[in-house]
Design a protein around this ligand. Structure first.
Ligand code: NAD
Length: 536
């Protein structure tokens, strides 16, 4: 059985019987990368015209920060004009192609991603510190997003609609047309899926793309450039501009010939970009998918086993660094004692450690700043009546927890998971932490629980566990979030998949109105033109 004859999503694997083959293949891919580390990549225009770097970014393994992966030259802002000009030229021919050709080319990119999934996922594991299942899911999602968006263009017949007429001989059609060059700005946590997804939708809409990967994940950005080149995406249509967000990213967004921005990341950065997009000669389209402070409600009729498993998977998966991560557990008073006891018991079965290890459930967090945020959250959780219910102590083979509750002899960015009982108004129940940290609070009714759930600026995902239909329907009607789940053992609030769950942030969690992974996404990368022609 080939090691990559697998489909792993965030909630399923199609062939658990082949796990041994997958594990062997994954280990081999990690080992293969380790024979070729410490390369230096220059910034390039197109696929290969090197330009002199302005500083550099190091890709570091967060599981073991003494392992330097590769070094990437930061793109010089002075060369942006040339990069954007190449993108504009490439877009002219691409925009004039038939949509069928564009669909075919993007599907080739999906196929190349699938062919390389072990190699790509192993790089994501090393660079982001995701365990192997999360890394393979990230890569698989990238391929599925490209295919799903391609199918969307097909099912919309390339976005042509015949309109009505008022006069004899009048014929009008509505066409969706490309904007031009899209800046795609991606976060660190899904460096393959989100970069490929936003870029693929922009390309399918007839635009060209300049991708700015996160400064924490330049390697994955570089590998995606290789995928696009090998898939036959014409030169200049997909380019990568590495560098810090506040210099290179900001200059890209502000460039006069960038026609639109697709951004996924934090609210703070998203708002700054949005303001910039409205401060030029005209307002540039700006697709925003932002952060979350997601909650799950556990009602007395819930299946407690399912609720416990769903909550831990969503709170601690990818070390809490998912926009959809569960960070607020709202449990009904009548079952609080039993639910909490089983929650802590289940949490203890998860192993923290080096993300490359086979037995790792949770790897490190991405960088030193996140570790400091974790220390601050731990201290704050003991204030204003807060109580630490649980601090994790289970780790992968070869690691131990020391007297301070930290991993001993670990040289990575580790934050031990925490569950704290907190007042619903505690600041840790309001800020997005992006850490393996869950706040637990009590309610006495669904109305009260929904009040707590909605009392946040964010509105990304939410979950409920209940066996009462009326409660589930009330939750669906009243929860203020774009992605809702009921009784989801595989993830109370996480695990959306292309074409299965649309992923649209409400309130502070997004400004697109139509989410990624959903049926209306690609159209947002195009602008409408009606064409009226008189005959006779
Ligand atoms: P971030 O906002 O710090 O950075 C995101 C990207 O923006 C990076 O590439 C960064 O370099 C760039 N950037 C920073 N400042 C910039 C500027 N002034 N101009 C242009 N670009 C700039 O986010 P992060 O830490 O990489 O990712 C975590 C955040 O992303 C969390 O808030 C998470 O909830 C959110 N997220 C949302 C979704 C979603 O679909 N809603 C998905 C994944 C992550």
């Amino acid at each position: 059985m080939p090691a990559d004859n697998f489909k792993i999503t965030y909630t399923t694997t199609n062939s658990p019987a082949n796990l041994a083959a997958m594990n062997d293949g994954f280990d081999a891919a990690i080992a293969q990368h380790r024979t070729k580390l410490h390369q230096e990549f220059s910034p390039v225009i197109g696929y290969g015209k090197k330009v002199a770097a302005w500083g550099h970014l190091d890709s570091i393994n967060p599981s073991n920060t003494s392992e330097m992966l590769h070094r990437f030259g930061s793109f010089p802002v002075s060369a942006l004009d040339e990069m954007v000009s190449l993108a504009m030229n490439a877009q002219r021919s691409w925009g004039a192609e038939s949509w069928q050709n564009r669909v075919a080319v993007v599907r080739r990119a999906a196929a190349v991603i699938r062919e390389r999934k072990m190699q790509l996922a192993a790089a994501v594991c090393l660079e982001v510190g995701k365990n192997r299942f999360e890394s393979l899911g990230d890569v698989e999602e990238a391929a599925d997003l490209l295919d799903y968006y391609a199918a969307q263009v097909e099912s919309c017949d390339g976005y042509f609609s015949k309109l009505m007429s008022l006069l004899p001989g009048e014929e009008t059609g509505s066409f969706l047309r490309p904007y031009g060059v899209f800046a795609v700005i991606a976060p660190f946590n899904f460096p393959m899926a989100l970069a490929a997804g936003m870029a693929g939708a922009a390309l399918l809409g007839g635009n060209s793309v300049i991708l700015k990967p996160s400064e924490d994940t330049p390697w994955t950005g570089e590998l995606l450039l290789g995928v696009m080149g090998d898939a036959g995406i014409p030169e200049g249509l997909f380019q990568v501009c590495q560098g810090p967000g506040d210099t290179v990213g900001a200059a890209l967004v502000a460039h006069r010939d960038i026609s639109g921005v697709a951004f996924t990341g934090s609210v703070k950065t998203g708002m700054a970009i949005h303001r910039k997009c409205a401060s030029g000669r005209w307002i540039k389209p700006c697709l925003m998918e932002l952060g979350g402070k997601n909650g799950a409600i556990i009602m007395p009729s819930a299946n407690i086993d399912a609720a416990v498993e769903g909550c831990i998977k969503s709170a601690f998966g990818l070390s809490g660094q998912k926009c959809s991560a569960l960070s607020r557990i709202i449990v009904h008073h009548d079952i609080k004692r039993e639910f909490t006891a089983r929650l802590l018991e289940f949490a203890a079965t998860w192993k923290v450690g080096d993300a490359t290890a086979r037995d790792c459930n949770l790897g490190p967090v991405i960088n030193a700043a996140s570790v400091v945020r974790g220390e601050r959250a731990l201290a704050l959780a003991k204030t204003r009546g807060g109580k630490i219910l649980y601090r994790h102590e289970t780790c992968s083979a070869g690691m131990n927890v020391n007297v301070d509750g930290n991993l001993d002899a670990a040289s990575g960015h580790y934050v031990m998971p925490v569950i704290a009982e907190l007042d619903p108004n505690h600041e840790l129940m309001r800020q997005e932490l992006f850490l393996p940290f869950a706040g637990l609070t009590t309610c006495h009714s669904l109305d009260e629980a929904l009040g707590i759930l909605n009392n946040t600026d964010f509105g990304l995902t939410a979950g409920v566990f209940s066996n009462e239909d009326t409660e589930i329907l009330q939750f669906f009607d009243e929860a203020e979030a774009g992605v809702l789940y009921a009784n989801r053992k595989t993830g109370a609030t996480t695990g959306a998949w292309p074409g299965v769950q649309s992923f649209c942030g409400w309130k502070a969690s997004g400004a697109s109105g139509k989410g990624g992974c959903g049926p209306h996404y690609v159209a947002q990368f195009m602008r409408e033109q009606s064409r009226t022609r008189m005959r006779g």
